[in-house]
Design a protein around this ligand. Sequence first.
Ligand SMILES: NC(=O)c1ccc[n+]([C@@H]2O[C@H](COP(=O)([O-])OP(=O)(O)OC[C@H]3O[C@@H](n4cnc5c(N)ncnc54)[C@H](O)[C@@H]3O)[C@@H](O)[C@H]2O)c1
Length: 266
Amino acid sequence: MVLQDKAVIVTGAATGIGRAIAIKMAEQGANILVSDINSDAAESTAAELREIGVRSAVQVTNVVDPGATEAMAERALQEFGKIDILVNNAGVAGAPGWYERSESTEEDWHFTYKVNVIGSVNSANSVSPHMKEVGYGKILNLASIAGREGRPSLPHYSSSKSAVVNYTQALAGELAPFSINVNAICPGLLWTPMWEQVGGRYAMNDPEYADMEPRAVFEKMIAATIPFGSEQTPEDIGDAAVFLCSDEAKNITGQALDVDGGFFMR
Ligand SMILES: NC(=O)c1ccc[n+]([C@@H]2O[C@H](COP(=O)([O-])OP(=O)(O)OC[C@H]3O[C@@H](n4cnc5c(N)ncnc54)[C@H](O)[C@@H]3O)[C@@H](O)[C@H]2O)c1
């Protein structure tokens, strides 16, 4: 139980990777504030966490709104009396309807940067004063392998994730004097609600995947790019998140860990 009694906020915890991170952390004894814009799915994640035997509550939060992230931090303090860990997982691949477009629009750039970059900054700004005061804390940002190297597909998304990696390093330096660890995970290819839409966009734009179903696009891409030949799962990311937010990783900060079946080897 490496996270026994830790107080955790996971943004975007209603579905996909965020939900799996919350479950993995709860299995290690952490109490979790489930933060998301999707209140129904967030409530069902919180109920699952309580089944595991930890405390969990929902705070409906749009991370682009600094007032909402302040309320999120306040709620965690009210529920748990402290904030040990923040996981900045909420993310989008474009503005609403992005997967039906073949090109990135100005709105895609603004919306994606706002959620993926500014949303992480807002949440970190809302929890860091408390962490600094107690001289303890872990902040984990969800970047992506897309942020490791620019590629033509979804440039607004990949460059936003590159910014998340850079921000992770900058924040780690800023918070190191307060014994706060800041790291990132770069997930590879995971079959989540987000990737179902990504697959549709590839089928529309890339002749190599023309007219294929999203799942078939996903599998073809895995066969072509992942040395292990298999997909990564939200649970894989949850396991890495538990380690990076545990005291066993106390001397790891400012790092971005690829969990990608060998997509990138460095
Ligand atoms: N699926 C992948 O293959 C993959 C790969 C690399 C990185 N990632 C990253 O991992 C994270 C989670 O991705 P996922 O695949 O689980 O996506 P998802 O779409 O399945 O889940 C994202 C969650 O974030 C919430 N959310 C969206 N905008 C929000 C906002 N403004 N405020 C609060 N919550 C908001 C959504 O409601 C949803 O519950 C994202 O940051 C994503 O970019 C995913």
